[in-house]
Design a binder for this molecule. Structure first.
Ligand code: CMX
Ligand code: CO
Length: 147
């Protein structure tokens, strides 16, 4: 079951400069930074609020580390802006399977590693009214014993 908005992914050219804007303008501080080579991004997570399901709500600032990455391609075409939304769930495996059975393309056979050791998958934007949609199980919030 999808229980919250986990994050909004925002594509930008310079993650530090963009994080500065969010700090100055809204007071949102960077809680975590990492480079995810598989996803081709340098990212900063800004915590917006906490929830009681083991996760929280974040803004995910994404700067491409490769031009041919998903975010790199998207930035070249669209410029900076909202790249995707992400819903939180305690069981990304079950939810992505159920959504896939409804005819929505799930981009990965198995969830992959996301920010802060979460487990993530994506739904194709063309099957979601133009919105690239990510499903996230935060580290430590899985309802399954084996994750
Ligand atoms: N939102 C909405 N539509 C999008 C989109 C996005 N973020 N990215 C691409 N599209 C649209 C394009 O506009 C294009 O539409 P048209 O054919 O009408 O022009 C179509 O999808 C195909 O786009 P493309 O530029 O040819 O890109 P690809 O098909 O190679 O890749 C996608 C699209 C969704 C499969 C790819 O971006 C992907 O695999 N995304 C998931 C991984 C990801 O985004 N990682 C970065 C974030 C990591 C994280 O959140 O941790
Ligand atoms: Co994301």
């Amino acid at each position: 079951m999808l229980t919250r908005i986990d994050h909004i992914g925002i594509a930008c050219f310079d993650v530090e400069e963009t994080a500065g804007f969010y700090a100055r303008t809204y007071g949102f501080e960077v809680a975590h930074t990492e480079v995810n080579e598989e996803q081709g991004v340098r990212e900063a997570m800004l915590r917006v609020n906490g929830t009681d399901d083991g996760g929280a709500t974040w803004l995910q600032l994404l700067e491409p580390v490769r031009e041919d990455s998903a975010v790199g391609k998207w930035l070249a075409k669209n410029g900076e802006g909202v790249h995707h939304i992400a819903f939180g769930t305690a069981d990304v495996d079950a939810d992505s399977e159920e959504i896939g059975e409804k005819g929505v393309r799930v981009l990965y056979d198995e969830p992959r590693r996301g920010s802060m050791d979460s487990r993530i998958t994506f739904l194709h934007p063309k099957d979601c009214h133009g919105v690239l949609t990510e499903l996230v199980t935060a580290a430590g919030s899985s309802s399954r014993a084996d994750h």
